[in-house]
Write a protein that binds this ligand. Structure first.
Ligand SMILES: [Fe+2]
Length: 248
């Protein structure tokens, strides 16, 4: 299947169609499969096979450790958790970072954070390690580069970890929760919001794989002008480098 641009829609059982006025760029690696066979640039979120993988997904932004994260991450709900768990959560990261004291914000602005690995990715710049959680950019341009997972899995300096924990608490304080139903399509502006989900209901191991919660995910980049500005200002790409055809 050749790479093609697809845009999101909020209706229909397939949930994906070619937009009449293409405005977005998909950043996902093409893959076959999906419930309608047309999800050429979407991917299923992980389907938990064990109770340990069914726990709460802490607030995070997707591809936090890349120099050019997607502007938006989108989720199409194919099936919610049939046992009733998996509530989606969102928090306004810009509001959350305004609440901790100044000294904590100063720590969050240092290049002291890291998380995850970088492989099999394209169209998202280079690995960013270490990175600051706050990059001093105007809202709408930069990101609040936070993932709660780094508090558990990354070795961070104590003061930096404490500042990140403070931010995590503020994110929870400002969170909104909602359940995605089949056909619901959520688009998250990563410049402003962080996302996550509550734990799936216990007993996932008793649910047949074909009936488990299934969301399809697509990463989106805004138009060429926007990408050019961001890349040129902080993460200049080498002359002549370009995004893969389907992402450009
Ligand atoms: Fe995510």
């Amino acid at each position: 299947m050749s790479p093609r641009r697809w845009g999101p829609t909020t209706t229909g059982s397939c949930g994906w169609r070619r937009p009449s006025r293409p405005r977005w760029r998909s950043l996902s690696r093409p893959s076959r499969g999906g419930p309608c066979g047309r999800t050429s640039e979407s991917r299923p979120t992980r389907t938990p096979a064990s109770p340990a993988a069914s726990g709460r997904t802490l607030f995070h932004m997707d591809l936090v450790n890349t120099t050019l994260p997607p502007d938006h991450t989108t989720l199409l709900c194919v099936r919610p958790d049939p046992l009733g768990g998996g509530t989606s959560i969102l928090s306004d990261a810009r509001a959350a970072v305004a609440r901790p004291p100044k000294n904590s914000r100063a720590l969050l602005a240092e290049m002291a954070y890291h998380y995850g690995t970088f492989f099999d990715l394209y169209g998202v710049g280079k690995e960013y390690k270490p990175f600051p959680i706050l990059d001093g950019s105007d809202p709408g341009e930069g990101f609040v580069r936070f993932t709660g997972k780094m508090l558990k899995r990354s070795q961070l300096g104590q003061a930096y970890a404490d500042a990140a924990r403070e931010l995590a608490a503020e994110l929870v304080r400002g969170q909104v929760s909602f359940m995605l139903e089949p056909g619901d399509h959520l688009t998250v502006n990563q410049h402003r919001f962080l996302h996550g989900r509550e734990a799936l209901h216990s007993g996932q191991e008793t649910v047949p794989v074909a009936d488990r919660r299934l969301l399809l995910q697509l990463f989106l980049r805004e138009g060429r002008r926007r990408l050019g500005r961001a890349a040129g200002r902080r993460h200049r790409r080498p002359t002549g480098s370009r995004l893969p055809e389907h992402a450009a």
